[in-house]
Ligand binder design. Sequence first.
Ligand SMILES: Nc1ncnc2c1ncn2[C@@H]1O[C@H](COP(=O)(O)OP(=O)(O)OP(=O)(O)O)[C@@H](O)[C@H]1O
Ligand SMILES: [Mg+2]
Length: 243
Amino acid sequence: MQDKRLMERIETGIPGYDELLGGGFFKGSVNVVIGGTGTGKTVFGGEFIYNGVKAGRKGMIVLTSEEAEYIKREWYTSFGWDFWELEEEGKVVFVDIADPSLRLQKTVEIAPDELIKSFKKLLESKIKSVNPDLIFIDSLEALFLAIESKYKLKSLVDDIFDVLREAPATCMVAAGVIYGVDEIIAYSADSITNVGMVRVGNNLQRSVHVAKHRGSVIVNQVRVLQLSDDGIAVLSQSPYLEF
Ligand SMILES: Nc1ncnc2c1ncn2[C@@H]1O[C@H](COP(=O)(O)OP(=O)(O)OP(=O)(O)O)[C@@H](O)[C@H]1O
Ligand SMILES: [Mg+2]
């Protein structure tokens, strides 16, 4: 049976980004943002959840590498986003896998595939209890670094994505560029957005492009990704056309 959910769009509200995607994400899809360290992946996800919550949706943020309190502080000082308040109001739920009560800490003693299986179970139960409209996972590559077989890696990523696709929520997943793990994560995604740093003269500029979006006509251009006190924005002009 056709899943009609996938025909409905959810606007991200990130200025300029919905245009690049050809009109926002499809409802219920899994969308990956890939980039090296410091390129803006975490801010991207924060803006996606923040805008969605302001538009009346419920958000869930799953953290695998940074503590929730640290991220909330960072977003407050950088952009004035008050996630403590949104959490108190029940509009956002943080799931921090380093939280001892979840017993899911990454340690070298736990076999990597056991950790991923526990993560999958945690995701399933949190999706059920929180019932979010939007999910941001930051980030996925760290959990998969220790999986040596590419085949196993792909099937474990697919398992996690299946859980996300079965949920009614629309998902954004951050993935760092490391040892090809990001490429395998990208394969299974409904959309891929690449963020990076480009040298223009003596300046470094953040760049963004959408590399795929299943079922959608995308803008095939590299654009400037701007970070400012207002958060993240994709500028409408591409400065790279002349090169
Ligand atoms: N108000 C602001 N204006 C401009 N830039 C900002 C502002 N606040 C934060 N930044 C920049 O945003 C960047 C943070 O990017 P972010 O944490 O999203 O990157 P990331 O890709 O998630 O990196 P990591 O691999 O470390 O997780 C920092 O380099 C910081 O300098
Ligand atoms: Mg980050």
